[in-house]
Each structure stands twice: as C-alpha cells, then as structure tokens.
Ligand binder design. Structure first.
Ligand code: FAD
Length: 469
C-alpha cells in the first residue's frame, strides 16, 4: 500500500529499478536519502565527494518535487534511521537497489532484520550493473576469475537477453502517487552536515552526468586510440557519475552497443571497460576477503618494506615528490582534482608496489581517500591487478618502467608540465628523466629510487610466491 524507496548510490529519478518496482507495487511512495554518519564521521571536513553528493541529492529532490513528491533527507546512522523512518511513515515495505560492498551488504541485512521484526518487507533489486552475482558463470557453473572468458560470456548473455537486460526501468508516477516528505526532513545544508563547501569536481547531478556523456559521445569512436594518453581528452570522466548512479548503466551500455553496431572500434573498447566494472563487482561479491587480503592467498606471504624509511618513501609518493615526473604529475592530478587518468593509476600503483616495495593496501587506502570516483570493487581490483596479487593480474615479473611509460604515453611531456611547471623548460626528451641529462632542476627532487635496483629487489621479494606455488 505505502512504501519507501531508499536511495544510496543511485541518485537519479529515471531508469531506476527500486523506484520502478515501488511505483508498480504501491499506492503511495516516499523517497529518502541518508547522509550516513557511519561514513561521514570518518571523512575530513572538506571533502569533494560530500559536496558532489550534496549537489546530486539537491537535484534529485528538485526533480522529485517537480513530479509531486520530494526527498526525505536524514543525517543519521542509516541502519537504525531507515527502520525508524519506515515505522514513522507507516510503510509496508522498503525498496532499495543492491549494493555489493561487504559493509553495505551487512548494513542492508541489519535493516532487513529490523524491518522484518515489525512486519515490514525489505525488497532489493539489481540496478547498478548489467549482470550481477551468479548471472554470468563459466560452463562448469563457477564464477569466473579471469576477465577475457568472463567478458565473452557476459557479451553472449547480453546478446541473448538484451531486450530485458537493457530495458529501462521506467519511472512514471501516477498523479499524487509520490508522497510529499514531512517538512522536518528537508535537505540540510553542507554546513548543517558539518562540512565546508568545496566546489564539486565535475558537473554534479543527473544534468552533470548527461552533459559529460553528451561531450563524450562524439569521442567514443576514437576512445581506443586516445584513452591511454593523459594529456588529451580521451576517456568519458563518467566514473564519479557511475559511482553515485546519476547516470544509468543500462543507458550507457545501450549507447556503447549502438556504437559497436556501427563498427566503431572505440565503442567496443569502451564497452569492455564497463564490463570490467561488472567484473570487479562480481569478484567482490564472491570473494569479500579481497577487501583485506590478496585474491591469491600465496601473495599474502610477501614481505613489504616497513619502518621510517618506507614511511618517508610513501609520503613522497603521496605528495608527488618521487623525482619520476610522470608519477609525480599523476599524484598531483589526484591531490588537486580527485581524478587520475587510468593509465596513470596503473603507473603510480605499480611504482608504489614494485619500485618502492610498499604494501598495495597503503596505496589503495590513499586512493580511497582521494578519488572522487572511489569505488571499493574497482579500486581494490585495480590495486591488486597492479600489485600482481589479484585475479587475472599482471604477472609479478612484469614491472612498468616509469620512464618508458612516460615516453610512450606522454611523449611531449605535456601532461607532466601541466602539473609540474618547474619542468616546463625541459625538452620533450629530457622531461621524462631529468637526471639522465645531467640537469639539476630547481624545485624538483632527484629520483628517490633507481628503477633498475628496485626492479631486482622486487623480483626477489616476489620469489616467495614462486617457492610456495
Ligand atoms: P572511462 O575510460 O571513460 O571508462 C568508463 C567507465 O568504465 C569508468 O567510468 C568506470 O566506471 C569503468 N571502468 C573503466 N576502467 C575500469 C576498470 N579498470 N575497472 C573497473 N571499472 C572500470 N575506477 C573507479 O570507478 N573507482 C576507483 O576507485 C578506481 N580505482 C582504480 C585504482 C587503480 C589502481 C586502477 C588501475 C584503476 C582504478 N579504477 C577505478 C578504474 C579506472 O581507472 C577508472 O574507472 C577510470 O580511470 C575512470 O575514468 P573515466 O570515467 O574517464 O573512464
């Protein structure tokens, strides 16, 4: 009869599984969002993501109001607040979309138990991925742990089920079906939440997601040729929108498929990235232990550098002071904007683990604090890939050379110079490794490790894995 839709990482009012289902099954539908103290309390008071979410929530509230309803916004511990709100409103059921992170899954289980104790239902739906959990399995019925066969099976499944898998979950409330929120639950300001205003990193909300997609659309066909060069506008920059669900994954896959059908090679490559996204959610669902440990247990035997020297190295990496220009420029991009180009995420992660010998989990945590698009599944997957500890990771003896990567992917040093103006006078040849040309650059440090030496040490460090397997 009456229901409540709890919005989390799905901040839109179109193509929304839970909202669609609630509207189909109930006479009156309330909508709510919780600024969860459980999460917010641990964040610094200036956090780009909180500003971004706040702007998204404001836009969602306005859109729901325009349709006759509005958003109930709470600042509380969600696991208690949602059942309490459900009781206050007298709803029969709470609708939400699946979340695959272990902490979120146990929070949802707690909410479901509390609701059940009061005879209310908890109903949740697949929304943020195309295929989840056990939907794509190997021929022997097991979850995949290698990407390429997973992707092939994923594509096969998509082609077989496209009309269902990609169908939008329409949101068309009848007049007065969306319930008006009680006045006491209006949207608090950022200051009310205890945060300072920081300009959102990219245009926020559904409108921001749409604007970024419109900008990317004409570039999609050439994505395969441009995606690896951080100095040019190659990728979509949609990750933060995918993270908070201001865009619909079904909508994006439909557009990518349309591109594939017009034989745009870039579209196929971009679609593949969206499959990686599903892949890592699936891995996290089946192997929640990866949050703490290596996907491949034998890699937990590796001894990482520790102590004051390692701490200093780690700090230099965080602050972009390693003396390797591409690594440093990338870290500055992260620190200044909250975004880092995918090629550079691979290069900086590899540098931390295989040049500095530092535990991948420290880098993973740093990225988690800084990235606007921080997503446990993709971040953990990316780090374990770079550290060679993950499923389908790069082999441990493949070690990126930070100078060669720089020459290849930022050949003129344009990206480097954007973030490191001290290197502006250097030639395109010298900028990748200033020390090689015997140059002492003012305001730029010499390299903190020698790559060749570090490489050898890494091969020794990882040798325990070979012995144990
Ligand atoms: P595009 O190139 O336009 O790709 C489109 C979308 O595909 C992305 O928005 C993203 O949702 C998805 N995608 C692309 N590559 C991957 C990938 N390798 N794994 C999973 N999904 C992918 N991505 C995050 O969303 N959050 C993270 O916290 C994150 N941490 C990472 C850490 C490391 C060490 C590495 C190597 C990669 C990480 N990635 C992460 C994946 C990737 O770097 C980003 O998704 C991408 O750079 C975002 O930019 P974009 O939206 O312009 O991507």
């Amino acid at each position: 009869d009456k229901s409540l839709v709890w919005f989390r990482r799905d901040l839109r009012n179109f193509d929304h599984a839970a909202l669609h289902q609630a509207l189909a099954q109930s006479r009156a539908v309330y909508c709510a969002f919780v600024f969860d103290k459980e999460i917010l309390d641990s964040l610094p008071r200036q956090d780009r993501r909180v500003s971004f979410i706040h702007a998204c929530v404001a836009e969602l509230d306005a859109a729901l109001r325009a349709a006759g309803g509005g958003l109930i916004v709470l600042h509380a511990h969600a696991a208690e607040a949602i059942p309490r709100l459900a009781a206050e409103l007298g709803v029969d059921a709470v609708f939400a979309n699946h979340d695959y992170e272990p902490a979120a899954a146990s929070r949802d289980a707690e909410v479901a138990t509390r609701l059940l104790a009061e005879n209310r239902e908890w109903l949740s739906f697949k929304d943020q991925v195309i295929f989840e959990r056990d939907e794509v399995l190997s021929l022997s019925g097991k979850p995949f742990s290698v990407f390429t066969p997973y992707k092939n099976a994923w594509l096969k499944m998509l082609h077989a089920t496209e009309s269902v898998s990609l169908a939008p979950h329409s949101v068309e409330p009848a007049p007065e079906q969306l319930a008006v929120p009680p006045q006491c639950h209006a949207l608090p300001s950022l200051a009310d939440l205890g945060f300072e205003e920081t300009p959102p990193p990219v245009p926020a909300g559904m409108s921001g997601g749409q604007a970024l997609f419109d900008d990317f659309m004409p570039r999609m066909a050439s994505y395969d040729r441009t995606r690896d060069f951080p100095a040019i506008k190659g990728p979509s920059y949609l990750s933060v929108h995918l993270r908070f669900g201001t865009v619909s994954i079904r909508g994006l896959v439909r557009q990518a498929l349309a591109g594939v059908r017009m034989s745009a090679s870039g579209a196929a490559t971009w679609l593949s990235e969206l499959v990686w996204r599903d892949f890592y959610f699936m891995i996290l669902h089946h192997h929640p232990r990866v949050v703490e440990r290596a996907f491949r247990p034998e890699y937990d035997a590796i001894e990482w550098e520790s102590g004051p020297h390692a701490d200093e190295m780690f700090q230099a990496w965080c602050e972009g002071r390693t003396g390797y220009p591409l690594v440093d420029a990338a870290m500055l991009q992260l620190n200044q904007t909250g975004y880092m180009h995918n090629r550079l995420r691979m290069v900086t992660a590899s540098f931390l683990v295989k040049d500095l010998g530092i535990d991948w989990r420290r880098g993973e945590r740093y990225f988690a604090q800084q990235l606007n698009d921080y997503d446990l599944a993709a971040n953990n997957g990316g780090w374990q890939w770079a550290a060679s500890t993950g499923c389908d990771a790069q082999p441990y003896f493949r070690i990126f050379n930070p100078v060669t990567q720089s020459e290849k992917f930022d050949p003129e040093g344009k990206f480097i110079k954007r973030y490191l103006p001290a290197l502006a006078p250097l030639s395109a040849k010298a900028v990748h490794a200033p020390w090689l040309s015997g140059m002492q650059v003012k305001d730029y440090p010499p390299p903190i490790v020698q790559h060749d030496v570090a490489r050898k040490r890494t091969l020794e460090r990882f040798a325990v894995v070979k012995k144990s397997s």
